[in-house]
Design a protein around this ligand. Structure first.
Ligand code: SAM
Length: 279
């Protein structure tokens, strides 16, 4: 249950017996849309903070870990990727990172809630700096409905940058959605999804791998990286490929990307599995 006490925004989670918090100077926005409750705070040390339905989404200071790790490990190892879609991602940070890859020809971002993007333009303008790129299309609709209407074999990469698997995002972690993603991806196409904390949500990560395999993805994996604003400070992405093996180990060619966290060594480290993971 989220709390705002003595100038701190604290996301306290009864289910995990832990909390994440930031000291705040003031609340900048408090908006209830047809889909969710969005709050923006100015923090003392981490820039602006976005909260959706009481859950911390991002801060200005450290969102680059998440956005870089959701995109570059796959885009650097699968240079054949041309047509990309992002489901969720309304803050536009993932879109910005995808567009750093010159081989990408088009990116469609589909977020259910236009207000997330409008508030990001105002309070996180650096994340929205590539929104006018001619390769980008921003749509505001339910990703579940959108994917159903995509032609078969039409996408090279599908990135699911959603909120936690509750409320409007719940269906984005279920079999029927994965089946539609599989259908929309080209043979050899890749799916990447944020998959919560390897410490707190180990079962969810294992469950996602099973569900993805059950709908036909032959090759799946997951990567991990630090993310201080999310529960446990340790986060993950799950990756799956339609036909063919994932080519995740870093390729020998040098890739020239302007990043703050991601590089060759981080890429390799993100693929290493903790001793407790049995696969
Ligand atoms: N990095 C964040 C995290 O892991 O907490 C996610 C950030 S991004 C702001 C999450 C976005 O997913 C929100 O903007 C929300 O509107 C969107 N979203 C949730 N369910 C959705 C759905 N069914 N279709 C499209 N977008 C959805």
């Amino acid at each position: 249950m989220p709390q705002l006490m003595q100038d701190w925004f604290i996301e306290a989670m009864d289910s995990t017996g832990s909390a994440v918090g930031f000291r705040v100077r003031k609340k900048l926005e408090d908006v209830t849309t047809p889909f969710q409750h969005i709050e923006i705070y100015e923090t003392t040390d981490f820039g602006n903070l976005m909260v959706i339905d009481g859950c911390i989404m991002l801060t200005g200071r450290e969102n680059f870990f998440y956005h870089e790790m959701l995109t570059h490990p796959v885009l650097c190892t699968h240079p054949e990727i041309r047509q990309v879609a992002i489901i969720g991602g309304g803050d536009c940070g993932t879109l910005r990172e995808v567009l750093k890859h010159p081989g990408v020809k088009s990116v469609t971002q589909v977020d259910i809630d236009e207000m997330v993007t409008r508030l990001s333009e105002k309070y996180f303008p650096e994340l929205c700096e590539s929104n006018q790129d001619p390769r980008a299309t921003l749509l505001f609709e339910d990703g579940l409905e959108w994917i159903e209407n995509q032609p078969e074999n039409s996408l090279d990469l599908l990135i699911i940058d959603s909120t936690d698997p509750v409320g409007v995002a719940e269906g984005l972690f279920e079999h029927p959605f994965y089946k539609m993603c599989f259908r929309a991806l080209k043979p050899g196409g890749v799916l990447v999804q944020q998959s919560e904390s390897p410490l707190l949500h180990t079962a969810l990560i294992a469950d996602m791998q099973e569900k993805l395999k059950a709908v036909g993805f032959r090759s799946t994996d997951w990567l991990h990286f630090p993310q201080s604003c999310y529960p446990s400070g340790w986060w993950s992405t799950t990756v799956a490929r339609k036909g063919g093996q994932l080519k995740l180990p870093y390729p020998p060619e040098t890739i020239n990307l302007k990043t703050r966290f991601y590089n060759r060594e981080i890429h390799q480290a993100a693929l290493a599995k903790p001793a407790f993971w049995r696969n």
